[in-house]
Design a protein around this ligand. Structure first.
Ligand code: CTP
Ligand code: MG
Length: 238
């Protein structure tokens, strides 16, 4: 299928507190957005839409073109230059609004859409491949998940009400993938804010299935997460 990827990078990064929009904070010499786009461009992709803060749209385009050229230098596309696949649009006040803005920029021929958090900067290419394959095979919405490892409690204030069985629970990651028509219709129908795109599609009646996620696809949310990303990148380079 012809795959379009919407990479949402328009958040402010309140919890990281780095003094700049999160996607533009450095992991090493390169930003979170730069690292996120490496995995994106290595996959089988026909269009990449980066959703950035309006005042950083120019920076986002520069980053995306640099990663596209680097990936081309390593493995050229038979069909042309990766930089011709890049689009940048301005984000919105909520993640859902930013995804909607990205969907509006997709080319008519795109058949499968992946929505990915730039903040999951170290997501390996195999996760993108698994999600696309599962959308293609099932026609459902697809979410990469990991088992929950912590012991869970239901609490009320500081009191434990009960233990929660973690066996039927999973932690959701991105990229999440959908047939394009299913995602577009669900976004048109959305009447509330949802925590992720598979929740939005499920609320519209869509079927959702899972594929295995990856430990490296964790979301950089707090300063401790950024430290973890920095040491992983450093170890990979060493
Ligand atoms: N995002 C976005 N537009 C928004 C909010 C979030 O594009 N209005 C993107 C972020 O850039 C990020 C992803 O959605 O890649 C997941 O959001 P999150 O990790 O919560 O990032 P922020 O909202 O930037 O962080 P915080 O909630 O700590 O402010
Ligand atoms: Mg947020």
């Amino acid at each position: 299928p012809r795959v379009g990827i919407v990479v949402v990078a328009a958040g402010s990064g309140e919890r990281l507190g780095a003094g700049a929009p999160k996607a533009f904070v450095g992991i090493d010499d390169h930003s979170i957005l730069n690292h996120a786009l490496r995995g994106v461009f290595r996959g089988p992709v026909a269009q990449v839409v980066v959703v950035a803060p309006a005042e950083r749209a120019g920076d986002a385009l520069t980053e995306a073109l640099a990663v596209a050229d680097r990936t081309d230098a390593a493995a050229p596309l038979p069909s042309g230059r990766r930089r011709d696949l890049v689009h940048v649009v301005a984000g919105a006040a909520t993640r859902q609004g930013s995804v909607a803005a990205g969907l509006g920029a997709l080319w008519a021929g795109i058949e499968v859409v992946l929505v990915h958090d730039a903040a999951r900067a170290l997501t390996p290419p195999e996760v993108f491949e698994r999600v696309v394959a599962a959308v293609d095979e099932t026609g459902a919405g697809v979410v990469p998940v990991l088992p929950v490892v912590d012991t869970l409690k239901r609490v009320a204030g500081s009191d434990v009400v009960e233990a929660v069985d973690r066996a039927p629970l999973a932690a959701a990651q991105t990229p999440q993938g959908f047939p394009r028509d299913v995602l577009d219709a669900a976004y048109r129908a959305a009447a509330a804010e949802f925590t992720d795109d598979t929740a939005l599609v499920a609320a519209a009646g869509g079927r959702i299935t899972t594929v295995p996620g990856h430990a490296s696809a964790f979301k950089i949310t707090t300063p401790a997460d950024l430290e973890r990303a920095r040491s992983l990148v450093q170890d990979a380079g060493a």
